[in-house]
Ligand binder design. Sequence first.
Ligand SMILES: Nc1ncnc2c1ncn2[C@@H]1O[C@H](COP(=O)(O)OP(=O)(O)O)[C@@H](O)[C@H]1O
Ligand SMILES: [Mg+2]
Length: 215
Amino acid sequence: MTETNRITSDDMVAWITLLTQVLREQKEYLTELDSAIGDADHGINMDRGFQAVLAKLPTYPEGDVGALLKGVGMTLMSTVGGASGPLYGSFFLQLGLATAGKPEIDVAEFAAAMDNGIARVQGLGKAEPGDKTMLEALLPAQAALHRAVDEGASPGDALGAAAAAAEEGMLATIPLVARKGRASYLGERSAGHQDPGATSTQLMLKAAADAWSRA
Ligand SMILES: Nc1ncnc2c1ncn2[C@@H]1O[C@H](COP(=O)(O)OP(=O)(O)O)[C@@H](O)[C@H]1O
Ligand SMILES: [Mg+2]
């Protein structure tokens, strides 16, 4: 594997920095999605959390992918409210635990770390596929990521495939009736609206693809 196929802690910083920027740009959009089937705070929650993460980035030890991702998780846990805070917080915490002490990882290790993160989201939130949650984006992305890894894809291409699968999953939430979280209080009336958490998950994976795509 060539050096460009490694994901370094600088690459992680680039991902998180880009994601913070994207979430700031999409804050109103995410909040608008949440106003249709929730309490109109998802964009505000995510933006608040990642602005806090951005402020803390320089304080994490250099050259340690795991410490960085763990720090992101802890900060999200303490700054993002609602259902999504503990879920995204634990997701990043698991990514960090799986990559502890590593100055760089390959995309297979990233995929394995994602497996842990997604398992934690499922364990905590108890959502099943089809419940209209962020898992609608995470699960297809996970499958696409593993397929790309098996085919020997670069980090940028593998995450590009994951982001494309997440986008399909995100769009497929529109007709679903929510069975978990605040949107489930609406019952059948939650159908016809795109899930905010699946949307922020798609943005998260797209930001990784964009940050890791090399010319
Ligand atoms: N049990 C769950 N499992 C996975 N994701 C969930 C669960 N409950 C809610 N979510 C996700 O959280 C998103 C809402 O986040 P947010 O608005 O920040 O929190 P809250 O619903 O508490 O206001 C939903 O769109 C959904 O994707
Ligand atoms: Mg909300």
